[in-house]
Design a protein around this ligand. Sequence first.
Ligand code: FAD
Length: 339
Amino acid sequence: MGLNIAVIGAGVAGLACAALLQQAGHQVTVFERRNSIGSLGAGVMLWPDACAVLDRLGVLLSAMAVAGQPTVMLRQSPQGRPLSKMDFSALAAGSTYPLLSIFRADLMQLLADACGGIDIRFGTVVNAQRLTEIQQSADLVLGCDGRMHSACRQHLAPVHAPVYSGIVNVIGICRNIVETMESVLDTWQPDLRFGVVPVRNNSCYWAAAWCQPEGASRVVSLNDLRHRFQHWPVQSFLNGTDETSLRTIAVYDLDPISVWHDQNLLLLGDAAHAPLPTSGQGACLALEDAGTLADVLAESSSLTQVFTEFTKRRHPRTTAVQQLGRNMADQLFPRRRAN
Ligand SMILES: Cc1cc2nc3c(=O)[nH]c(=O)nc-3n(C[C@H](O)[C@H](O)[C@H](O)COP(=O)(O)OP(=O)(O)OC[C@H]3O[C@@H](n4cnc5c(N)ncnc54)[C@H](O)[C@@H]3O)c2cc1C
C-alpha cells in the first residue's frame, strides 16, 4: 500500500526521492523554504552510480544532452608544470553509465521535470514545530534539508552542528572558453586552488578556493580574483565569466552521524552526511540515497526495517566519502586548521 510521505527540502536529495517514491505509488508532498527550485551554484560532476539514478528517474538522456563528459583531470602548478592525472574513463570502467559534468541549474530543472504532478509547497520554512506537525500527519518524513539549515538534523542530532572547515570557495560560470577543453583542469599550490570543469558549447564552471579564518569571508568580485590569481593560467576563465554567476561560500564540515532516524523521520543527503566539496561527491551521494531508499521501501515490511537496511547500505559509503573529502582538504589546504 502507498505511504503518505513528506519530503523536507526540494534540493537534489529531496526532488530525487520525491520523484522515485511517487513512481513507486506513494503519495508525496514536498516542503521547500525557497520560493522556487534553487538554481544557485555553478555545476557538479556526476559519477556513474549517480547517473544510474538519473536513468531510473527517466532523465539520463536529457542530462547527457546538456552535460559534458570529461575524460581526465589534470593537476598542474600555477606555472603549468604537470603534477598529477586522474583518468575518469578508467574509474568509470565496468559501469554502463557515464561520468557527467552538468550545470546545477540544468540538473535541478531535470529533477523538477521528473517531479511532475507532485505537490511542492514552496515558501514553507520547516522549523521544529512545523516538523512535529508534519511528523504527526505523514507516515514517513524524509529530512532532505541540506547542510546548513537542516531543522531535521537539528531535531535528530542537535549536537551535530556544521563546523567551519577553514576554506572559502568562490564559484562561477564561464560561457566563453577560448580553447576547446576536454579535461578538468586543476591548478594548485598549497592552500590555493582554481579548478575548471568543461560542460558544453564552450562553457565551463570553475571553483576557486583558499584558506581563510572564520568570519573573514566577504563577497568576492572578479577583480579580487584577477588579483589573487594574478600570474596563474586562469585569467581567460575569469574574463569569460559573468559577475552575476559568482558566489562566495564559506565551507562548513559535518561529522558523520551514527543514527539517521527517529520515529518516522529519516535524514538523507547533506542533512545526514554532508561531505566537503573536496570530495566532489555530495550530489552523487544525495542521488544514490534516493535510489537506495526506493529499493529498501519496496523490499521492507516496516519502517524499522527500512531504516535499518538503509543505514546498513549507505552509512559505510557516505562515511568513507566524508573522510575522503577531509583527507583531500588536508592535502590541498595544509594550513586550513591553522587559522
Ligand atoms: C563548491 C561546491 C562544489 C560541489 N561540487 C560537487 C560535485 O562536483 N559533485 C557532487 O556530487 N557534489 C558536489 N557538491 C556538493 C553538492 O552540491 C551537495 O552535496 C548537494 O547539493 C546536496 O544535496 P541535498 O539535496 O542534500 O542538499 P541541497 O541541495 O542543499 O538541498 C537542500 C534543500 O532544502 C531546503 N531547506 C533547507 N532548510 C530548510 C527548511 N528548514 N525548511 C524547508 N526547506 C529547507 C533548501 O532551500 C534546499 O532547497 C559541491 C558543493 C559545493 C559547495
